[in-house]
Design a binder for this molecule. Structure first.
Ligand code: C5P
Length: 407
């Protein structure tokens, strides 16, 4: 799915060295299905040519406020009305100051004043300029008026300094632009989330389990609650605090988890993020297993399949909107598509657990979501909290689309 399908974006390019990233940004926005019209400020023209941006956007670049020819083609008011989003990247300290003051002395600032569309800025400047109280006050004022600030990131700067003020990368900005259009609303919905590992007992002191930390599921529970849902979080043994406004049901084994989920049905959405043990010991020994010299050095454990919680619930006649996870170490998308089909899911979230930066116990994640039409949506590496909010926004959009299709 292209997350910006047919969205109209005015990209304002200010006069900063980060303007070189704006060329890439045009491409990334268009990859997501957006129509992009570029407004290049006088300063911006010192860093990147109109021709580059015109070639990439496929549309004439807008330069001047008082150019009769340009105004006749598409004037500043028409441009302001045309936009679904005005994204200024890079937003220099000067552009931010002028926007904060409501100055309208060029095409970009006039357009921002005139538009009813969402406005977002990607600040880019030297770290001392970003930290300056004047810039911070302008940033606060702009935020208080509903203007979104994307970044800035911290790191090494073109001027040789290190600190906050780097413009975010084009792929991140395109995702944040798409987030502006997501309807994060699950009011009145009941969402059931499974999380963490399961423990399958061998005897009273030993069990089989896995490395799942439960972080992704807990982040999803928090994001769903923030979006207004009633959230039931069915969790295996983890060391995490329960998010606010979330009902938590602790379980141990896969069979406990299934029973707890079934007791919560029917619900609107099921998100199965738990790493459920596929097998359990056939019998749980009533007493601690002792080393048995007559058996030599080996011990044979007979395992049997656990029920598939997700497939069971997604197969019910009153099935919820069902979202599964495919944690794989190889052939990620192929296996994910197969699971989507075999388990009768609405969405599957594929993540590569072979990569330690985004694996089971990591802070971050990066995922590809596949829907029933086999459209793929990529969420680049970021914190599990951010990924969770993006996933919840996507689920809420799908729920609304499904409701509209049935209407
Ligand atoms: O088949 P696989 O275990 O890779 O599928 C992963 C998805 O199925 C996850 O969403 C997981 O929570 C769910 N699952 C389940 N019950 C099982 C096994 C997996 O709900 N027994």
């Amino acid at each position: 799915m292209q997350r910006l399908h047919r969205k109209r974006i005015v990209l304002g390019v200010g006069g900063g060295i980060a303007a070189y990233k704006s060329a890439e940004l045009v491409r990334r926005l268009k990859d997501q299905g957006a129509e992009v019209r570029v407004v290049l400020t006088r300063g911006g023209r010192e860093f990147i040519t109109p021709l580059t941006l015109q070639a990439l956007s496929g549309l004439p670049v807008h330069l001047d406020l008082l150019d009769p020819a340009a105004e006749a083609a598409m004037g500043h008011i028409e441009l302001a009305r045309w936009a679904d989003l005005v994204l200024v990247a890079p937003a220099t300290a000067d552009v931010m100051a002028r926007l904060a003051q409501g100055v309208a002395d060029d095409l970009l600032t006039t357009l921002v004043l005139a538009t009813d569309a969402r406005v977002a800025l990607a600040p880019a400047m030297n770290q001392a300029m970003w930290r300056d109280p004047a810039t911070q006050a302008n940033a606060e004022l702009l935020r208080s008026r509903g203007i979104k600030l994307f970044g800035p990131a911290s790191g090494s700067q073109a001027c040789g300094d290190v600190g906050p003020g780097r413009m975010l990368e084009a792929t991140d900005l395109a995702q944040l632009a798409a987030d502006c259009f997501q309807r994060l609303d699950l009011t009145g919905r009941h969402v059931v989330i499974t999380a963490g590992p399961t423990q399958e007992n061998i005897d009273p002191v030993r069990y089989i389990t896995n490395h799942s930390s439960g972080r992704m599921g807990f982040a999803l529970a928090e994001a769903a609650a923030e979006a207004g849902a009633r959230v039931s979080l069915v969790s295996g043994p983890v060391h995490l605090p329960t998010p606010d406004r979330v009902e938590r049901i602790d379980v141990i084994s896969a069979r406990d988890m299934l029973a707890a989920c079934e007791a919560l049905m029917p619900c609107d959405v099921l998100i199965a993020s738990a790493a459920v043990a596929d097998y359990r010991p056939e019998v749980i020994a009533p007493h601690k297993l002792k080393k048995d010299p007559t058996r030599g050095d080996g011990l044979l454990l007979e395992l049997v399949r656990n029920p598939d919680i997700l497939a069971t619930l997604a197969g019910r006649p009153d099935r919820p909107f069902s979202v599964g996870f495919a944690a794989e170490t190889q052939n990620l998308l192929e296996y994910a598509q197969r699971k989507l089909r075999d388990k009768n899911l609405d969405l599957i979230v594929a993540n590569d657990v072979a990569n330690p930066a985004i694996g089971f116990n990591s802070e971050d994640n990066a995922v590809t979501v596949i829907d029933r039409g086999l459209h793929e949506i990529r969420f680049e590496q970021t914190s599990k909290g951010k990924i969770a909010r993006q996933l919840i926004a996507l689920i809420s959009t799908h729920l609304k689309d499904t409701a509209q299709n049935h209407a």
